[in-house]
Design a protein around this ligand. Structure first.
Ligand code: SF4
Length: 661
C-alpha cells in the first residue's frame, strides 16, 4: 500500500491525535447497552460445565461481584442451550439479572434454542455453518456463491429468531478458525477475518437486523489490531452501520504475560477510541478477568481533556500492515537489531552487584562468574548516579554527559537537547538524547547532521501513545533514521496498572513498527523503601521484555498461547499450563498452544509452533504447527510426548540445572 498521504484514506478512528470514542450504534443486550454513548461494558465467560447448573450460577455470581456486566456461557449442543434457562432462572431467583450470552460453535440448532432464552448469542462465522476440513479448496466464483447461499439458508432462521425476540448477536471472528472458503480466497489474514464477518453481516442487514456487535480476535496482537482497524474501515467503505466492537485477544495466557498481551492488543485500540465492550481472556478463574478489563477501560474516563496534539497531515505509517520503521544502526541499536531494553537505576544513589539480578544479571560467587537470564537488560540508565563496579555480560551504562568518562568503553553519554547543542565532547559512536515529543518538530536542524545518536523519546501528555506516535511522524517526515527508544514514567500506580499502562503505551507504538527499544523510567521513588524500589525495577524489566514479546518484536521467553477455558474444556487448563510451563519455560522463543478443545485448536496452531489440544476425556492431540503429530495420547503421557516431538524437531534444549530468576 502506498503510505503517502494515507491519512486521506484512514477512517478506522475519529482522530489519530485527539482522544475521541468512535461513534457506534447502541445495541441492547437485556438491560445493558453496548455502544452509542454508553460506557464500555466489561464481560467474561464461565469455565464450569454448562450442565452444572448450580456451579454455573455460583460462578456467574462471583463474576458479577468482580465487575462483570455480561456473562458468556458455552452451549456446545442443544441440551446445554436448553439448560441456559435453568441458569438464568436460578440467577434471577438469587436477585441477579446479568444478561447472558450463549457461545456457539458448529451448532445452529443450539443457537436457535439459546436465542429464545438469553439476551445475546455469539456465533463464530468460521464454523457456524461450516465443518472445517482444513483442505485447500479452489472455489470458482460460482461455487463460492453457492457456499454463500448455503450459509444464508443455515443462518437466516437464527437471524429471524433474534429479531423476533429482541436478542442481540455477536459476530465473533476468530483468526484461528476461519472457514476453508475464506482461507482459500484471503488466507488467514486480517482481510480474511473481516470478510468472514461481513458475509454474515450482509445477511443480517438484508433482514433488517442490526442488534449486532462484532469482534476480530487473534492471539497474535499485530493481526488482532490490524483486523479491528480494517473492520472499521470496511464497515464505513461498505456503507454498513457503525456496529459496536467487542475487543479481545484470544488465548492470552496467564499472569503477567496474559495481562501484558491483552493490554497490547486491547489497549492499542482503546487509545484510538475503538471498543465498546471488552473481554480479557486469561487462563485463570474468570473472576480475575473483569478487574483487568476495568483497569484498561478506566484510563479513558477523563482522557478527552488531554493537552492538544498537533494534527497530522500526511500519515507515513500503514496501520493495516506491520512494517518496522527503517533506521540506521547506531552501535547496537536500530537497524536489524532487536529492540533494546533500558533499565532505569538513576534514582538509586548506590547500586550493588546484587541489585543487578533484578534486571537479569546474576553474580554467582561460588563460581566467581556472572550469568545472564533471558531477560538481561541491555543498558542501565544511571544518569547522575554512576555504577561503581565493572559491568557484566556486555551490559552497558548510560550516564549523564557530565559524569561520563570517554575512556570507558561500555559507558555512553546522555544529553538533553540543550546540552547536546552546547556539547563540547561526544562519544564517537553512540550518544543518547533525551527528547520530549514537543522538541521533535525541528529536530533535523537541531541535530545538524549528527548520526551517532539514539533518541530517548518521552512525553508529558496524558494521551501518551498518540503523542509519541505524533512525534514519530515528525521524525519520519524529517527523514531522520535515528533509532528511537520510548520512555514512560508512571507515578503512583500499582503493579497491575503499571504493566497494563506500559503494555498499552509501548504496545501501540511497537505494533505500528515504531521503536528500537523501551525504557520504563523511575524518576520518582516516592515514599518507597529501597527493597520496594528494587522490586519495581524488576517489574519494569520483566514488563519491558514482556511487551516486546507480546508485540512480537523480540522473543525472550517461551510463549504460551493458552485458552481461558470454558464449559467445553476437556482438562484442567490452569494446572496443565503450569505443568507444561514448568517443563518448557527455558525454550526461548518457542510458542506452545494449549487449548481445552478443538474449536479454535488447529487454526490457532497456525500461530503456535507446537500444540497440546484436548480431544476427548483424558485424551490429548499433539501438533507441530497445524500438523497432527499424535492423536488421543493419554493425558498422563502427553507432556512427555510433547517434549519428544519438540526434541525430534531439533528445538529442545536441556534446562540449566541452576535456573536463574
Ligand atoms: S479453545 Fe478453550 S475457551 Fe475455546 S472453546 Fe475450547 S475450551 Fe473453550
Amino acid at each position: 500500500m502506498d503510505t503517502k498521504n494515507l491519512i486521506e484514506k484512514i477512517r478506522y478512528c475519529n482522530s489519530l491525535t485527539s482522544y475521541s470514542r468512535r461513534k457506534t450504534i447502541p445495541v441492547s443486550v437485556g438491560d445493558v447497552m453496548i455502544g452509542g454513548d454508553n460506557p464500555i461494558v466489561v464481560q467474561s465467560m464461565t469455565t464450569v460445565d454448562t450442565m452444572d447448573t448450580e456451579g454455573s450460577i455460583e460462578q456467574c455470581i462471583r463474576m458479577v461481584e468482580s465487575g462483570c456486566e455480561l456473562i458468556r456461557i458455552t452451549a456446545p449442543s442443544m441440551k446445554e442451550a436448553e439448560n441456559l434457562k435453568n441458569i438464568k432462572d436460578g440467577l434471577a431467583k438469587r436477585g441477579y439479572h446479568v444478561p447472558l450470552v450463549a457461545d456457539i460453535h458448529f451448532t445452529p440448532n443450539a443457537a436457535e434454542i439459546a436465542a429464545k432464552i438469553v439476551e445475546k448469542v455469539r456465533i463464530n462465522p468460521g464454523n457456524y455453518a461450516d465443518k472445517k476440513k482444513f483442505e485447500v479448496l479452489e472455489y470458482t466464483d460460482e461455487s463460492y456463491q453457492e457456499e454463500l447461499d448455503r450459509i444464508r439458508e443455515r443462518f437466516l432462521p437464527l437471524v429471524r429468531i433474534c429479531k423476533e425476540h429482541g436478542t442481540a448477536m455477536r459476530i465473533g471472528t476468530n483468526h484461528g478458525s476461519l472457514s476453508d472458503r475464506i482461507m482459500s480466497r484471503y488466507g488467514d489474514t486480517p482481510l480474511g477475518m473481516v470478510e468472514s464477518a461481513l458475509e454474515f453481516l450482509r445477511i443480517c442487514e438484508d433482514e433488517g437486523f442490526y442488534n449486532i456487535v462484532i469482534s476480530m480476535k487473534s492471539s497474535n496482537t499485530q493481526v488482532m489490531v490490524q483486523a479491528y482497524r480494517l473492520l472499521v474501515q470496511k464497515l464505513e467503505e461498505g456503507g454498513f452501520k457503525p456496529y459496536p466492537l467487542h475487543l479481545g485477544v484470544t488465548e492470552a495466557g496467564d499472569g503477567e504475560d496474559g495481562r501484558v498481551k491483552s493490554a497490547v492488543g486491547i489497549g492499542t485500540l482503546l487509545e484510538d477510541g475503538l471498543g465498546d465492550t471488552v473481554r480479557v481472556s486469561l487462563t485463570e478463574d474468570p473472576e480475575f478477568e473483569a478487574p483487568v478489563a476495568e483497569a484498561l477501560i478506566d484510563r479513558y474516563q477523563d482522557r478527552a481533556e488531554h493537552e492538544a496534539i498537533s494534527d497530522i497531515e500526511g500519515y507515513p505509517i500503514n496501520p493495516f500492515e506491520y512494517t518496522r520503521r527503517v533506521t540506521k544502526e547506531v552501535f547496537n541499536i536500530g537497524g536489524s537489531n532487536v529492540p533494546r531494553v533500558l533499565a532505569d537505576l538513576s534514582s538509586f544513589s548506590e547500586v550493588t552487584i546484587k541489585d543487578l539480578k533484578n534486571i537479569g544479571h546474576f553474580y554467582l560467587p561460588e563460581l566467581d562468574k556472572w550469568k545472564m537470564n533471558d531477560q538481561g537488560a541491555d543498558f542501565v540508565f544511571t544518569y547522575k548516579n554512576p555504577i561503581p563496579f565493572m559491568l557484566p555480560n556486555g551490559l552497558k551504562e548510560i550516564q549523564h554527559f557530565s559524569n561520563w568518562n570517554s575512556q570507558d568503553s561500555n559507558k555512553f553519554p546522555v544529553y538533553s537537547l540543550q546540552e547536546f547543542k552546547a556539547a563540547e565532547k561526544l562519544h564517537p559512536s553512540l550518544n543518547f538524547l533525551l527528547i520530549e515529543d514537543k522538541e521533535t518538530a525541528t529536530l533535523a536542524q537541531d541535530l545538524a547532521g549528527n548520526t551517532n545518536i539514539v533518541l530517548i523519546l518521552f512525553t508529558q501528555n496524558r494521551h501518551q501513545m498518540p503523542a509519541l506516535r505524533r512525534a514519530m511522524v515528525n521524525i519520519i517526515e524529517q527523514n531522520l533514521q535515528l533509532p528511537v527508544i520510548f520512555r514512560t514514567d508512571y507515578q503512583g500506580l500499582d503493579s497491575d496498572q503499571t504493566m497494563l499502562y506500559a503494555a498499552t503505551d509501548f504496545g501501540g507504538l511497537l505494533i505500528d513498527g515504531l521503536g528500537d527499544g523501551v525504557m520504563m523510567g523511575m524518576s520518582e521513588v516516592g515514599g518507597r523503601s529501597r527493597e520496594e524500589s528494587l522490586s519495581q525495577v524488576k517489574l519494569h524489566n520483566s514488563v519491558s521484555f514482556g511487551v516486546l514479546q507480546a508485540a512480537r518484536t523480540r522473543m525472550s521467553k517461551t510463549e504460551y498461547i493458552s485458552c481461558p477455558s470454558c464449559g467445553r474444556t476437556l482438562f484442567d487448563l490452569q494446572e496443565t499450563t503450569a505443568m507444561i510451563r514448568k517443563r518448557t519455560d527455558h525454550l526461548k522463543g518457542v510458542k506452545i498452544g494449549i487449548m481445552g478443545c478443538i474449536v479454535n485448536g488447529p487454526g490457532e496452531m497456525a500461530d503456535a509452533d507446537y500444540g497440546y489440544v484436548g480431544s476427548g476425556k483424558g485424551k490429548i492431540t499433539l501438533y507441530k504447527g497445524k500438523e497432527v503429530m499424535k492423536r488421543s495420547v493419554p493425558s498422563e503421557k502427553a507432556v512427555d510426548e510433547l517434549i519428544n516431538i519438540i526434541r525430534k524437531d531439533g528445538q529442545w534444549i536441556e534446562p540449566e540445572t541452576e535456573r536463574l530468576g
